[in-house]
Write a protein that binds this ligand. Structure first.
Ligand code: FES
Ligand code: MG
Length: 580
């Protein structure tokens, strides 16, 4: 077995933080004096790796409410290994509470992460997060800073319960809200559901965006093996946090930077894993953006190519039946990856002292209902398909495994909503006479138009159709949808309508064809007519006159390139803060 503990090591004088603390100059003197002010003895920190513990804990974020304690466990590990931990509170992205969408702030947390790591005396970092955008945000920033880094995933919350039912957060919220709208359950049941949907700290316990991205982090090799599925409130989660603290100190001495781990092969493996998990469509955007920060061009075509080579093997909600705790005890990600060894790049480094191959050697699956055999997949191909056609020249995505099969090849007339407010106001108006065959179209919900691509993409089905028993329809938009959502929803249409993408030209009554098998999304209107409509189209006014929103709308890139800021995604040198 590999034993990297014999690898070449830095000397204390080669630590990045030595420039702050160890030199014979006024600035070092001042930094040492200020560290005494913090109450530390010289022997507690001088010559030791300084580890920044970036914590996204906040009172408002229920998915991260245990991270204050976990940061203590990380620090315990760092001290034990001879490092010097310093906790940095960073902004929290709460999927539930932050409006219009935490996606608007993903790049802000990425910037904060990068700049904190760069500007302070930091030798290595441990990142704590898990609620949806926090994982890509922290890793994007850390990839740009390129220090040795370990990610501590927040872990899934306990399974929800209501009466004799097991509930999935998000997924069952949508489901029972629709049951209420259909008049099938009342306020008493809703009150019980309110108490039972989310029973503990931790991120959503379906294979939603949070579980998808933390699994991606694990297969990328930036968490300890098996870390991503440990339930947030399991004592094993605290032990994993402590072990991450122990490990980061060694990674600093070895100068195992993130760029050595986040390679093109690692990103290919993350794509394959996300698709085989039947993971969230949001992962498409986030992985493209993360890869961009690693200097790797990942495209929608890569997703489509890899999707055709991997089956869906995880029977997890919203596409399947089980929850993350079941997945954990079925073998977790190591057990799951053990089923995919033929498609993975096994000889690449991770933050552990072993390669992926050694980690998966002996990985077992203990429940073949939750993690299927290759001979018994849930779907022959990966769970997300990339669509092309005249309605989405730069692509769109659909999570076809979470859609009603009869809708995967469908032509129907469009019903167009110009924005989310109009949709909410009019969707239940019988005058629209919407039938199950109609295609619901929402525009101005993209990166600039939303702004921030809110998760509006699972457009509501009209009440009167729900009461008739309709539970799925074809819906298309330039929005995203929650990783816990489901339905025949075409998402991430690029370019978005707000910047003049063809979605802007659709009119109510136009026939639209979706054919997932042919990877096609087509507006059945001839080109001359579309040109006439384009001539009379005007770009809507900018939504923000000033502030972060204005920066966002000026810099945000389209969904197919990951929605990073152009000035963050581009190549260019950044000077060492101590070079001056
Ligand atoms: Fe935080 Fe779902 S709300 S992960
Ligand atoms: Mg979400």
């Amino acid at each position: 077995m590999t034993d990297d503990r014999k690898a070449a090591r830095l000397t204390p004088e080669e630590l990045r933080s030595h420039q702050w603390y160890g030199t014979d100059g006024l600035r070092s003197f001042s930094h040492r004096a200020r560290t005494r002010q913090l109450g530390y003895l010289p022997e507690e920190h001088l010559g030791k790796p300084v580890v920044a513990v970036l914590n996204t804990w906040s009172d408002i974020n229920p998915c991260h409410s245990h991270l204050r304690d976990r940061a203590q466990a990380v620090k315990r590990g760092v001290w034990q290994a001879g490092g010097f931990p310093l906790e940095f509170p960073v902004s929290t992205l709460s999927e539930t509470f932050q409006k219009p969408t935490p996606m608007l702030y993903r790049n802000l947390l990425a910037m904060e992460t990068e700049e904190l790591l760069r500007s302070y005396p930091v030798d290595g970092a441990v990142l704590l997060g898990g609620c949806d955008k926090s994982t890509p945000a922290l890793l994007m920033g850390a990839a740009s800073a390129d220090l040795p880094t370990v990610f501590v995933p927040a872990g899934p919350m306990l399974p929800g319960h209501w009466r004799n039912e097991v509930l999935g957060s998000g997924t069952d919220m949508w489901k029972y809200w629709d049951e209420r709208r259909a008049g099938l359950i009342g306020d008493c049941e809703m009150g019980e559901l309110e108490n039972g949907l989310a029973r503990s700290a931790g991120h959503c316990m379906t294979m939603g965006t949070a579980s998808t991205l933390t699994a991606a982090a694990e297969v990328l090799g930036v968490t300890l093996p098996g870390a991503s599925s440990i339930p947030a409130v399991d004592s094993g989660h605290e032990r994993m946090a402590a072990a991450s603290g122990l490990r980061i100190v060694e990674l600093v001495w070895q100068q195992r930077t993130l760029s050595q781990i986040l390679t093109a092969d690692a990103y290919e493996d993350a794509v394959a894993t996300v698709l085989a998990l039947g993971g969230s469509t949001n992962a498409v955007i986030h992985l493209i953006a993360m890869a961009g920060r690693s200097g790797i061009k990942l495209t929608l075509d890569d997703f489509d190519r890899i999707a055709r080579t991997v089956p869906v093997l995880a029977d997890l909600r919203p596409g399947g039946r089980y929850l993350m705790e079941d997945f954990h005890f079925a073998g977790g990600l190591p057990g799951f990856l053990g089923r995919l060894t033929d498609v993975l790049h096994l000889d690449r480094p991770t933050v552990a002292h072993t390669t992926l191959r050694e980690q998966l050697d002996g990985a077992a699956v203990h429940n073949a209902d939750v993690i299927r055999e290759r001979t018994d997949p849930l779907a022959e191909e990966g769970g997300v398909a990339v669509l092309r056609g005249n309605l989405c020249p730069d692509g769109a995505v659909i999570k076809h495994i979470a859609a009603a099969p009869h809708l995967l090849r469908h032509t129907g007339p469009a019903v167009v909503f110009d924005d989310y407010q109009e949709l909410q106001r009019t969707i239940n108006d019988p005058a629209l006479a919407i039938t199950p065959d109609h295609v619901l179209v929402l525009r101005n919900a993209g990166p600039q138009g939303g702004p921030g691509m809110p998760e509006y993409g699972m457009l509501p089905i009209p009440d009167y159709l729900l009461k008739q028993g309709v539970r799925d329809m074809v819906r298309i938009s330039d929005a995203r949808m929650s990783g816990t959502s489901y339905g025949a929803c075409v998402l991430h249409i690029a370019p978005e309508s707000f910047v003049g993408g063809p979605l802007a030209l659709v009119r109510t009554g136009d026939p639209i064809t979706l054919d997932v098998g042919a990877r096609l999304l087509r507006l059945d209107v001839d080109d001359e007519e579309l040109e006439r409509r384009r001539a009379s189209w005007a770009r809507p006014p900018a939504r923000y006159g000033r502030g972060y929103g204005a920066l966002y709308q000026e810099q945000i890139t389209q969904a197919d390139t990951g929605c990073d800021f152009a000035f963050l995604a581009r190549e260019g040198e950044v000077p060492d803060p101590y070079a001056g």
